[in-house]
Design a protein around this ligand. Structure first.
Ligand SMILES: [Zn+2]
Ligand SMILES: [Zn+2]
Length: 437
């Protein structure tokens, strides 16, 4: 064995093979359609950005910035980072391209890969994929609720079953400091029981201890004073309105005072959607308001709210499998001999130009071998073109479902197949297109 080149995907990354990739693109297509229904428009930002963008937006003390980023120097010595999350790049693009100039709401969504150097485990790769959306430009609590309802709409159509919405408010610049002081008092009394990370960042950001995944910190966090009781009047009013809209839309939710988001920029509403298969530590989707981020990034003071969904989490919630059977081929051409091969290449070209999904033999298989392959490709028809057929300018068209065979003129094949396909079209259920085989 050659040990120099392993020729394997890097740890924490994986290949998505065709039968899975088709399922992924179904989920992506469904997400696009639903997000567009809620009037979000797609944005595609680069895979890498200047490191400073993430340090500034996510916060220097966050786990993402201190431990998880893939950061490297480019050839000119600039620090570059593979994007670990989607909000900062979207806000950067929003500001860079002046998307606020029309004065309307910026409603943007993205689908793509993100990168964090974590210990790989089920549903958490070092390259992972998210669908996210941001509504930039309004403090209206109805938008917070819109984020939750678009998620639930998506998960309903993905048939994910029973889900739970966890809701909290993490306050604003005005009320957070008072709460932080109270929390700090409480945590200082427990400092020896906290994990080293939480100890070291306690004074800078005590909120992190509430979000720490370590068992010892979690039990301390469980007893901590809750932010909900320290909200200022306007945050409290905002939170009430979020809940009123959720009630109006009959969206069940659970108040969770211990829900804080891991990133510095969150304000007011914080939410997570959890699935029983994933457990509380593995939310299917998470989001919230970030009313200060845009200003902190150098833009005008602009309220915003958004969310992100983990695609791998969706797949885990569906049972960890995402295989779609190979999709059917309309016609497979089975030539025998050089002249038949040549005629097949021409016919295939014509079929494909008419949008008919078709394939031919390129491996000089026997007729029996070709029919076997056509079956595996789920071909509806096979056109057999042997020496006699070439001489008589015909093909033997075999219907693979009925096994019936008819002889038609070579020049009629495209027309006949087009006609058969048109009469074969089943009515499409537009409301609920078939997803994932
Ligand atoms: Zn407040
Ligand atoms: Zn901790």
């Amino acid at each position: 064995m050659d040990r120099i080149l392993a020729l394997k995907a890097v740890r924490g990354t994986r290949d998505t093979l065709p039968e899975e990739a088709e399922g992924w693109s179904d989920i992506e297509a469904l997400s696009r359609r639903i997000l567009q229904t809620y009037h979000y428009r797609e944005i595609r930002t680069p895979i890498f950005e200047e490191t400073g963008l993430f340090v500034r937006s996510i916060g220097e003390t966050s786990d993402i910035v201190t431990k998880q980023m893939f950061t490297f120097l480019d050839r000119k010595g600039r620090s570059i980072t593979l994007r670990p999350e989607g909000t900062a790049p979207v806000v950067r693009a929003y500001l860079e391209h002046n998307l606020q100039r029309e004065g309307s709401l910026g409603k943007l969504f993205y689908i793509g890969p993100f990168f964090r150097s974590e210990r790989p485990q089920a549903g958490r790769g070092r390259q992972f994929h998210q669908i996210g959306a941001e509504a930039i430009g309004s403090p209206d609590p109805a938008l917070d609720v819109e984020c939750i309802s678009v998620l639930l709409h998506l998960f309903r159509d993905l048939e994910l079953g029973e889900l739970e919405v966890h809701l909290n408010s993490v306050g604003c610049k005005k009320c957070q400091p008072e709460y932080k002081e109270v929390l700090l008092q409480y945590l200082r009394g427990k400092i020896i029981s906290l994990c080293p990370d939480c100890q070291s960042r306690l004074e800078r950001n005590p909120l992190r201890a509430l979000d720490c995944k370590r068992e010892r910190c979690r039990s301390i966090a469980g007893e901590a004073p809750v932010l909900m009781e320290y909200l200022c009047p306007s945050c409290s009013q905002h939170f009430k309105e979020v809940q009123a809209h959720l009630n109006d839309l009959q969206i069940p939710y659970r108040l969770n005072p211990h829900l804080v988001r891991g990133l510095d920029y969150y304000t007011r509403t914080a939410f997570e959607v959890t699935h029983p298969k994933l457990g509380a530590q593995n939310a299917l989707a998470a989001g919230g308001r970030f009313d200060n981020l845009i200003e902190e990034m150098g833009g005008p003071s602009t309220p915003a709210v958004g969310f992100a969904v983990g695609l791998e989490r969706i797949i885990l919630a569906r049972g960890g499998k995402l295989t779609t059977p190979a999709r059917e081929l309309i016609i497979y051409l089975a030539p025998a001999g050089a002249e038949a091969h040549r005629q097949s290449v021409k016919l295939l070209h014509e079929l494909r130009r008419r949008g008919i999904k078709s394939e031919m033999d390129y491996q000089k298989r026997s007729l029996r071998g070709q029919l076997r392959l056509a079956n595996r490709f789920k071909a509806k028809y096979v056109a057999i073109i042997g020496e006699r057929e070439v001489r008589e300018k015909v093909v033997s068209l075999k219907d693979m479902r009925s096994s019936q065979q008819e002889e038609i003129a070579l020049s009629d094949v495209v027309g006949v197949i087009t006609q058969k396909e048109a009469s074969d079209l089943e009515p499409v259920d537009l409301e609920r297109p078939p997803i994932l085989g």
